[in-house]
Design a protein around this ligand. Structure first.
Ligand code: NAD
Length: 516
């Protein structure tokens, strides 16, 4: 059996490095060490945990060039794109949680109603234990570090299994965490492939956080169901962009081109399909084609679009474009591939029988379709198995909000693309085949916690009104109680009932004092 994974440069296809997959006993040892580290780390005060994150944040800024270069080498994206789309969103969320985590995870008083006399209630957020982070290759830095940091701040330890295509970025993260001074075994990196991931799932972590494809999501859910391990699934998308005739035209054109081609289209929240209102459809298509032709492909600081990371993804992209052309789509740009650099394509005359409008393409394609009415746009956008992100373009913000509220997605932007995922205070995640669970924002941090609800009785009464013995009298008082507290009618009956209830209570209290 071959235990080696060769990491190849997406540009030159040369072997960058070779890794050895962990054997069964190494996986068990990793789990054991992480479990032991959890005891200490979960007791480390949150402010101290945040100090480690702060050191890491400053280290990332200090080593910005080295990190951007390593990410770029592993993925084929330009260094500018590495900084814009990997470093900045990571730093944003780190800074946000450094500031907010204490209050987000602070115990929370909750209302205690009349049915629970002499009691108070609160909620606490505790760590779960070992969090397994399964990361993809398209943003190997951001999509590893953000869940990892969230897990650590919440008091968990984390095992990161980077994508088999970008293990060098996993190694970079390991080096940075070591240099930031995290205690031993609080962060572990598992260098391996999907089979290694499967073995870690079988080793029973306490939470699995997957960013990956929908088909992997199904497998992870099936495997984790055996041990009832909770999962957060951040999966693929087929994000629609809806452009109304009253959209800010030039901005929408620029947004479409950026949204479809940034990171060579390999973004879960890429613009994967565009619907343009018929009145501006032809003008919009012409403008998009012109802007696309102006883009510069390459690997330098002056390049707009870098290479694609995996040969497999280029195959999927070509298959979707071929399928669209066979079914009558019109190609409006030149179609060329040189190594891992794939020309951006704009297509019109597309429809929902084509893979390019239904399946995740994850490549530099911009298919544009016309729509007539607001209702048509909503129906087209929702006609998808996915539900991750969407954008709506209009100067009528009320209309924009009305439309976003009807879209079956987890996240939406009005007059913007992609960037909304990076707002650290907003929970992010999908619906339908895009997965479930949230990270980012307060909800996201609490996703990495076990919520503990505690109710405290002051212990004064000998028994509660609902405890044994039951009696006819109790039943009568329940009748009154229901009328008082749960019925909206008959005020006189309510007042009478209240008096009866108070007397019942007084009696119960007398009984308990007597017994003491
Ligand atoms: P993938 O599903 O192939 O792999 C993701 C990770 O899971 C990798 O580390 C892989 O080794 C591991 N894995 C695969 N099969 C496994 C199994 N059976 N058990 C355990 N681990 C397993 O995804 P990918 O090709 O690396 O990434 C691209 C996909 O990720 C696209 O569909 C993209 O849309 C999606 N994605 C989603 C988001 C989001 O936030 N929703 C963000 C980025 C990428």
């Amino acid at each position: 059996m071959n235990n080696l994974i060769e990491i190849r440069s997406p540009i030159s296809r040369e072997i960058l490095k070779t890794y050895c997959k962990p054997a069964e006993n190494e996986i068990n040892a990793t789990m054991k060490q992480a479990g032991e580290a959890f005891t200490q780390w979960s007791r480390t005060p949150i402010k101290e945990r945040i100090r480690y994150v702060n050191s890491l944040r400053n280290l990332i800024v200090q080593k910005m060039d080295e990190i951007a270069r390593d990410i770029s080498e592993a993925t084929g994206k330009t260094q500018t794109e590495a900084v814009l789309m990997e470093l900045i969103p990571t730093l944003e969320i780190m800074k946000y949680y450094e500031k907010k985590a204490v209050s987000i995870l602070r115990s929370d008083r909750r209302k205690t109603t009349f049915s629970f006399p002499h009691s108070s209630s609160f909620v606490e957020y505790h760590p779960l234990g070992i969090v397994l982070v399964l990361a993809p290759w398209n943003f190997p830095f951001q999509l590893s570090l953000v869940p990892l940091i969230s897990a650590l701040i919440a008091g968990n330890v984390a095992i990161l299994k980077p994508s088999e295509l970008t293990l060098t970025v996993g190694e970079l993260i390991e080096r940075l965490c070591l240099e930031a001074g995290f205690p031993p075994h609080v962060v572990k990196i598992a260098y391996g492939d999907s089979e290694t991931g499967e073995k870690f799932v079988q080793a029973r972590p306490d939470l699995i956080f997957l960013t990956g494809s929908a088909s992997t999501g199904v497998k992870i859910m099936e495997a984790s169901a055996q041990n009832l391990i909770p999962v957060i699934l951040e999966l693929g998308g087929k994000d629609p962009m809806i452009v109304f005739e009253d959209a800010p035209f030039e901005r929408a054109v620029n947004g479409a081109v950026y949204g479809a081609f940034a990171n060579a289209g390999q973004i879960c929240v890429s613009v994967e399909r565009v619907y343009v209102q018929e009145q501006i459809y032809d003008l919009f298509v012409q403008a998009v084609v012109k802007k696309t032709r102006d883009l510069r492909m390459g690997f330098s600081e002056d390049s707009d679009v870098g290479a694609m990371t995996s040969a497999q993804q280029i195959k999927i992209f070509n298959d979707h474009v071929d399928d669209a052309l066979q079914k009558g789509a019109l190609l409006l740009t030149e179609r060329k591939t040189h190594g891992s650099f794939v020309n951006m394509v704009v297509l019109k005359n597309v429809n929902h029988t084509m893979k390019i409008m239904k399946e995740e393409t994850f490549g530099p394609a911009l298919p544009v379709m016309a729509f007539k009415t607001e209702a048509d746009a909503v129906a087209l956008a929702n006609d998808s198995p996915y539900g991750l992100n969407a954008s709506v373009w209009t100067m009528d913000i009320e209309k924009g909000k009305r439309v976003t509220s009807q879209l079956q997605v987890g996240n939406c932007a009005i007059n913007d693309v992609i960037k909304n995922i990076g707002n650290p205070s907003m929970p992010f995640g999908g619906t339908k085949r895009s997965g479930f669970g949230r990270y980012h924002g307060p909800e996201g941090l609490r996703s990495f916690c076990r919520t503990l609800s505690v109710m405290v009785n002051n212990g004064g009464a000998l028994r509660e009104p609902n405890w044994f013995p039951y009696s006819k009298k109790l039943y009568e008082s329940l009748r009154i109680y229901l009328r008082i507290f749960f019925s909206d009618t008959n005020r006189v009956a309510k007042l009478k009932g209240l008096w009866g209830y108070i007397r019942y209570f007084q009696k119960a209290k007398k009984e308990s004092t007597h017994a003491k």
